[in-house]
Design a protein around this ligand. Structure first.
Ligand code: ADP
Length: 258
C-alpha cells in the first residue's frame, strides 16, 4: 500500500480520549483551523472535555487564533502540559518551536514531531480531541488516519473548483481507511455587499453540490466576513465574539453532528 517501504506504522493509542474528530481540507487557507477552533470551543461550552491539536506542522495558526503566540507549555513528569484557553486544552507545534524550524522538517522528523504532539502531551480524560490536520493527503495525513482511531472527519472547503478537486482526494482517503465523514462545511461561500446582495467570489454552492453528489451531510455555509478574519488575528474565536455569527452557527451544527 501507500506505506510500502516505510516499515510497519505504529498504532497511536489514546485510551483516555473518547472521540477523535479530524478536521480536514484539500487545500490550505480555506478556513480549516478557524472551523476546528470554533468547533472545539463550542463543544467545550456545552460542557464536554475538549482537546485541540494543531497538526499543521508547516503553518500552525492556532496560537495566533487564541492570542497566545509567545506561550510555551510546561513539562511535568516528562509530559507536555497542554495550553488551556476558552475551556479547550490545546497543543500546537507553534507552542514548541519557532516557525522556521519546523519548515525544514521532512519525513521521519515531521512524523516524530506529529507523534509527540499527540502522545507526549498530558491530555488527561477527554470527551473530544479535535485534530486540525495539515491540508491535503500527503504521507503525514495518511499515517495519522491509518494509525489513530478517528471517530469521524469534518471536511472544510471553499466553493472553488480547484479546492474541490483536492477535497475529493481527502474524501477518498478517509473512506479507504474506513473513517466516517460526519459532514462538510463550505467556507467563504459569498461576500455580502452593502446593498444586501451576495457576491459569490469563489463560485456558487460548489461545496454543497459536492456534498450532495458524494452522499456527505452538508453542515452549512460561512460567508466571507471581516469579523471572522479579525477574530482570527486578534485571538478571539467567532463563537466567543458573536455566538450568532454564521461561523458560530456552523460550529454548533458540526458539534451537534458528533
Ligand atoms: P486553513 O486552516 O484552512 O489554512 P484558516 O482557518 O487558517 O485556514 O484561515 C485562513 C485565513 O482566512 C485566516 O486568516 C482566517 O482568519 C481567514 N478566514 C477564514 N474563514 C474566513 C471567513 N469566512 N471570512 C473571512 N476570513 C476568513
Amino acid at each position: 500500500g501507500a506505506q510500502g517501504g516505510h516499515g510497519a506504522p505504529q498504532k497511536i493509542d489514546l485510551p483516555n480520549v473518547k472521540n477523535i474528530i479530524a478536521v480536514a481540507s484539500g487545500k490550505g487557507g480555506v478556513g480549516k483551523s478557524t472551523v476546528s477552533l470554533n468547533l472545539a470551543v463550542s463543544l467545550a461550552a456545552s460542557g464536554a472535555k475538549v482537546g485541540l491539536i494543531d497538526a499543521d506542522l508547516y503553518g500552525p495558526s492556532i496560537p495566533t487564533m487564541v492570542g497566545l503566540q509567545n506561550v510555551k507549555p510546561e513539562v511535568q513528569n516528562q509530559k507536555l502540559m497542554p495550553i488551556e484557553k476558552f475551556g479547550v486544552k490545546m497543543m500546537s507545534i507553534g507552542f514548541l518551536v519557532d516557525p522556521e524550524t519546523a519548515l525544514i522538517w521532512r519525513g521521519p522528523m515531521a512524523s516524530s514531531a506529529m507523534r509527540q504532539l499527540i502522545t507526549d502531551v498530558d491530555w488527561q480524560e477527554l470527551d473530544y480531541l479535535i485534530f486540525d490536520l495539515p491540508p491535503g493527503t500527503g504521507d503525514i495525513q495518511l499515517t495519522l488516519v491509518q494509525n489513530l482511531a478517528i471517530s469521524g472527519a469534518v471536511i472544510v472547503t471553499t466553493p472553488q473548483e480547484v479546492a474541490l478537486a483536492d477535497v475529493a482526494k481527502a474524501v477518498t482517503m478517509f473512506r479507504k481507511v474506513g473513517v466516517p465523514i460526519l459532514g462538510l462545511v463550505e467556507n467563504m461561500s459569498w461576500y455580502e455587499l452593502p446593498d444586501g446582495t451576495r457576491d459569490y467570489i469563489f463560485g456558487r454552492q460548489g461545496g454543497e453540490t459536492f456534498a450532495k453528489t458524494n452522499a456527505i451531510t452538508f453542515l452549512g455555509s460561512i460567508p466571507i466576513s471581516s469579523s471572522v478574519r479579525e477574530g482570527g488575528d486578534n485571538g478571539i474565536p467567532a463563537i466567543i465574539a458573536n455566538p450568532d455569527a454564521p461561523t458560530s452557527q456552523a460550529a454548533s451544527r458540526v458539534a451537534g453532528e458528533i
